[in-house]
Design a protein around this ligand. Sequence first.
Ligand code: SF4
Length: 509
Amino acid sequence: MAEKRINLNTPVVESREQRLGTIIAWDGKASDLSKESAYARGGCGGQQDGNGCRLCEARGAFTQGSVCSEQMVECQAGNVRDAVLIQHSPIGCGAGQVIYNSIYRNGLAMRNLPVESIRIICTNLQESDMVFGGVEKLRQSVQDAKERYDPKAIFISTSCATGIIGDDIDSVAAEYEEAYNIPVIPLHCEGFRSKHWSTGFDATQHGILRQIVKKNPTKQEDLVNVINLWGSDVFTPMLKELNLRVNYVIDLASVADLEQLSEAAATVGFCYTLSSYMAAALEQEFGVPEIKAPQPYGFAGTDAWIRELARVTHREELAEAYIAREHAKVKPRIEELRTQLKGIKGYVATGSAYAHGLIAVLRELGVEVNGSLVFHHDPIYDSGDPRQDSLAHLIDNYGDVPAFSVSNRQQYQFYGLLQRVNPDFILIRHNGLAPLASRLGIPAAPLGDEHIAIGYEGIVNLGEAILDVLAHKKFHQDLAAHVKLPYKKWWLEQEDPFILSKEPDVVNA
Ligand code: SF4
């Protein structure tokens, strides 16, 4: 029997660093990072099991605020339409609810779903609860959730505080699951459990796989799981060309959509960072094939992705006709965009696998990309399949990226990273860094719709979005001329943004 890579037997998900050797700090060339990773290029002696490779990570004593796993659970489990998420935490952990509510409402509107607010309840743990325990507050919150919303499922997220006091959340969940006859799912996602927030994606997916997904599925041969966030509905028209239907999960899905994950003919994602765990587990536990191909960005990636999806679902002829039609349709406009964007330099600062896809699209458009910041790096994804090596696909098809940095949204480093390559614009999904770029006179395309660059049409969309962004350059230059950065001259003069990791004593010099 094949070894199981994913363990659904325990309620606690294995963190990314345990499963995949994920790192959050590194600096060098993309090709070197690829070589040092655990895929087929031979890093770590060519081990491909994700366990033997430990990349050399830049570690330092200083870090600025970032994001945590619990917040990712908020924006995943908290966005299941007919469920409720209970944050078992101090109220501070719920600060993200404001922005997540706005993203949720916009996402619903983009998908033509009824617009409503998120249903997240916080148990508001206080000092006394840290001493005497917070289980009674959690019980009360579960009862409130049931009474107010009559949900189809209740998620309970843990926090650093509950991790410290050790509240028995699993027992409370089991008690109410029996009482209410709906899934009540503990999600173990204490911020300090993992150094990278993407473990929070995995924690949510782990709970859904264990307690919501149908264990005895009836197969639907034209249904494809699309693991995504809130982006616009670009997959339905694409997959319709192959006579396939889309099952979008997890954000904006209903509990019924999550139940049928095990019934699908295949699973795809818009980004392997997000989809890795769920897709691999669905294949392992329910035989739903994960599409093992490059991600659908740029011509090379999209061609390969569609062909593999068509092979797995037995729709090869439809796929070839679709590919030929789309190439003919978008190529003339892409040629125009290449002329308009000639000599322009771009910079990508996003999550890991997504950045690999965006750089590919920029290079299709003839945009120069000399640098990129990814918020973490997974040396391997859960499938362990080299066809999903998105970094190698980028390098092989579109060339190296000389200044390729891994950093989990550290503002203080971002200044130096941008100085190295002096781009005309940046692509970014996490707006926390965009204001810093603006202060340097560099406009940012915020990519609120993360599906903008997918597929053939995505190349055109991104090119047009960049032209829009460049039109705001003067505004940003004016901004740069009138603002002061919050850093000392000493730090602004440092050439190496990672110097605090390499020479910690430099601060005392
Ligand atoms: S779970 Fe921990 S790291 Fe995350 S917001 Fe709460 S206190 Fe901060």
